[in-house]
Structures are given as structure tokens and as C-alpha cells.
Design a protein around this ligand. Structure first.
Ligand code: NAG
Ligand code: NAG
Ligand code: NAG
Ligand code: NAG
Length: 378
């Protein structure tokens, strides 16, 4: 009897200890948990309302005259005849005046129009969109360098606004206005940051496939569903209540890299003529424009959000975009477009091997920022 009692006590003691441990873990992590889980649950339930009702549309609506006034920013550098009407893809690279090195790397790799023409047999136009350098001390020197760069490559489009994080929405509006005015026949339009890697051969074969199926209303990328606005003042993405009062954003694709079809581009252009571009997080503003037009994004598991894709041939075989590449764009282009990748991935054995590798690389806990575990099986 006595022994038994002690055994129970001991077992309870262990349980108690475990409970304390779990509770203290929860308490330590509460702030994180609260922010990530609770606010996501809240906003996720709310997104159905946001996505299906019109109050966003109403609250951002302005008259066309007002929108014209806000959006009619003069071009400082422009190329009106860049497109010839046969473009499969018009590719906007969101760059900044000082990022010459990144533009050079892109021109030599995934943004190389000659390569697409010769190797992939499609016409792609690449345009770097910029504002003016925010630092007044450097602006003139920078502007002269940009003009020189543009004389050589003829691929910059610059408008007269300060090129800052909080003016990113202006760049977004620029893209839609520019494509509407000068490249309205492009079948697809892509927007990418200048630190993104795009696997152009994979992208082109995906677009050709989509195009053959005659898909309309295509808006594809890394989708954020029911994301809550960040209310912490210290965050770069902080959005005050006055600017956006609902607990969840409409669905949108990460601005790092997404693709839309030509018909979506023209609908979004129409939206920018009647909505106030006050929300400075550009990809969220795009979500607002899209929801006003009744458009919803679709997920593609090989568009990355914030993160870098793992370096492996089995990933290169499928990847479309990967984010956060500055120094290694040339290296990655070389290895990711190597024809020998086929030898590793082809056949049943290759497929099984690659699925196993991708499960190891992608199905890890805390793998938030790159491709999801789902991607391993596609
Ligand atoms: C672009 O690609 C072509 C054809 O593949 C190549 O000859 C050329 O050197 C490339 N351009 C740059 C800047 O690397
Ligand atoms: C955005 O650009 C405009 C026009 O140059 C400028 O007046 C404004 O201060 C800029 N906004 C920010 C937040 O940099
Ligand atoms: C949003 O508002 C515009 C202009 O008021 C209207 O044309 C459009 O149909 C609205 N969109 C939706 C999804 O209700
Ligand atoms: C890859 O395959 C090609 C043709 O199928 C062959 O010529 C080449 O030698 C192979 N490379 C390797 C490393 O096996």
C-alpha cells in the first residue's frame, strides 16, 4: 500500500514537473505565440470577410481626377518603343539608383534578353524601374551615372519620386501605367526585386504551358492569405489603424516576385485609376487593387517569399524564384541552368531520389521562408 502510494506520488511529481516546464515554455514564448498564432487565427477567419465584401474598395476609392493627380508623375528616363507586341513576358525589376551591380548581374543572367531569344526562343523585355536617389548630396552624381548606364543598355525607366521604401507603391503604380501605355500586348507581366533570382527557363516553360491552356485572370506567386497588418511601431512594415483599420489584408502575393497575365495587368491598371495609393506596402496595395477588381492570387509552390531556396540540383529542376541573392546570382545562374541537371533528375530513379532530397531540404520545422513542404511532392 505504502509503496503504491509512493509510486503514484512519484509519477504525479514527474507530471507536475512536465506541466511546469510546458507552462514556462508557453510563458516564455507567449509574446511570439500570441503574435503569430492568435493574430493569424483572428485574421485568417477575417479574411473571408475582407475578400468577399466591398468595404476596402469603398474606403480606398477616390475619383479618377484625384488618382490622375496622384499618379501622373513625369518620367525622367523612358523607352516608349521597348516592346514590339510579340512579348511573352514583360519583366519589371524593381531596382534603386545605387544598385548598379545588381542590375549588371541580372543583365548577364536571368534578365538577358538575347539569351531568352536564342536559347528559349521567346521574346522577353526587361525594364528596371526606379525613382530618384533620396540623398540630395548624391542625387546629381547618381543621376549622371544612371543616364550613362541607360545609354549603354537602354532599359531603365525612372520617374520623378524619391526612391524609398515608403514610396514602393509608386513603383507598383508606375509598372501598371507603363505597361498599359507602352507594352499592352505582352502576354504576361512579372515584377521582381533586384535581389531575386529567377529561373527563367523554368518560368518560360511554365508560362508557355499556361498560355497554351488559354488561362485568363492569372495571378501567381507566393501567396499570403489573411495576413494581419503589423501594428508594432518598431517594424518596417508597421501600418497604423488610420491607414488600414481591418485585422487582415486581402490575399496577396509576396512582392519579391509574382506573375500576372496581360488581362490582369490591364484590370489592375484600371484599379489604380480609382483607388488611393496611400498604403505604402506595395504588395498589399496590389492585393487591394486586385480585390477591388474581383481577382484572387493562386499559389505556386516554387515562388519563394522572403527566403533563399536550398542549393541543390533537385531544387533547380523546379525552382521559379528565390529571394535574397546579391553576390551569388551569377554562380546560381550557372549551376541552376546547367543541362546536366537533367541527368540527375530524369527517370523514375531520378524522380524518387529528388523527392527524397526535397523532403529532407524542405520538410523541416521552422522552414518558413522558402518553399513549403508541399513543394517536395510536386
Ligand atoms: C547574354 O546571352 C548571350 C547568349 O546566350 C550571350 O552571348 C551574352 O554574352 C549574354 N550577355 C551578357 C551581358 O552576359
Ligand atoms: C515619395 O516621393 C515623393 C516625390 O518625390 C516625396 O515628396 C515623398 O517625400 C516621398 N515619400 C517618402 C516616404 O519617401
Ligand atoms: C469597386 O469599386 C469600383 C468603383 O466604385 C467598382 O467599379 C467595382 O465594381 C467595385 N468592385 C467590387 C469587387 O465591388
Ligand atoms: C548527361 O546526359 C547526356 C546525354 O544524355 C550525356 O551526354 C552526358 O555525358 C551526361 N552527363 C553526365 C555527367 O552523366
Amino acid at each position: 500500500m505504502f509503496m503504491n502510494f509512493r509510486r503514484i506520488r512519484k509519477c504525479q511529481f514527474v507530471q507536475l514537473l512536465m506541466m511546469c516546464f510546458v507552462l514556462s515554455m508557453v510563458m516564455v514564448c507567449w509574446e511570439q505565440l500570441d503574435y503569430h498564432v492568435v493574430s493569424h487565427v483572428k485574421s485568417y477567419s477575417y479574411r473571408y470577410l475582407i475578400n468577399s465584401y466591398e468595404f476596402i474598395n469603398k474606403s480606398f476609392g477616390i475619383s479618377q481626377l484625384e488618382a490622375e493627380g496622384l499618379n501622373n508623375i513625369p518620367y525622367l528616363i523612358n523607352h516608349r518603343n521597348k516592346c514590339n507586341g510579340n512579348e511573352l513576358l514583360l519583366l519589371f525589376v524593381k531596382s534603386s539608383p545605387e544598385n548598379f551591380g545588381r542590375r549588371q548581374a541580372i543583365r548577364a543572367t536571368w534578365g538577358n534578353e538575347t539569351y531568352s531569344e536564342r536559347e528559349l526562343r521567346v521574346t522577353i523585355r526587361v525594364v528596371y524601374v526606379l525613382g530618384v536617389h533620396p540623398d540630395i548630396q548624391q542625387r546629381d552624381r547618381m543621376q549622371r551615372m544612371l543616364l550613362k548606364e541607360d545609354q549603354v543598355y537602354r532599359d531603365l525607366v525612372q520617374q520623378d519620386f524619391l526612391d524609398t521604401f515608403h514610396n514602393l507603391t509608386m513603383k507598383l503604380v508606375l509598372q501598371f501605367r507603363w505597361s498599359h501605355a507602352y507594352c499592352s500586348n505582352a502576354r504576361f507581366l512579372m515584377s521582381a526585386d533586384d535581389d531575386v533570382f529567377v529561373h527563367l527557363p523554368n518560368l518560360v516553360s511554365y508560362l508557355q504551358d499556361v498560355s497554351q491552356r488559354g488561362v485568363r485572370d492569372l495571378w501567381v506567386g507566393h501567396v499570403h492569405r489573411g495576413a494581419p497588418p503589423v501594428r508594432q511601431k518598431s517594424s518596417k512594415y508597421h501600418v497604423p489603424y488610420e491607414l488600414y483599420r481591418w485585422p487582415s489584408y486581402p490575399d496577396y502575393t509576396a512582392g519579391a516576385g509574382y506573375v500576372i497575365s496581360g488581362d490582369v495587368a490591364s484590370k489592375l491598371y484600371q484599379a489604380t485609376l480609382s483607388l488611393k495609393a496611400s498604403l505604402y506596402i506595395d504588395d498589399v496595395f496590389m492585393g487591394i487593387c486586385a480585390s477591388a477588381m474581383g481577382l484572387y492570387p493562386q499559389e505556386h509552390v516554387y515562388f519563394s517569399g522572403e527566403g533563399k531556396a536550398p542549393y541543390h540540383p533537385c531544387i533547380y529542376d523546379k525552382m521559379i524564384t528565390s529571394h535574397g541573392h546579391k553576390a551569388d546570382v551569377r554562380y546560381l545562374w550557372k549551376v541552376a541552368t546547367d543541362p546536366q541537371i537533367q541527368n540527375i533528375t530524369a527517370g523514375l530513379a531520378g524522380k524518387l531520389y529528388c523527392t527524397a532530397v526535397r523532403v529532407m531540404l524542405l520538410c523541416k520545422p521552422y522552414n518558413f521562408n522558402t518553399y513549403s513542404c508541399k513543394a517536395a511532392f510536386s
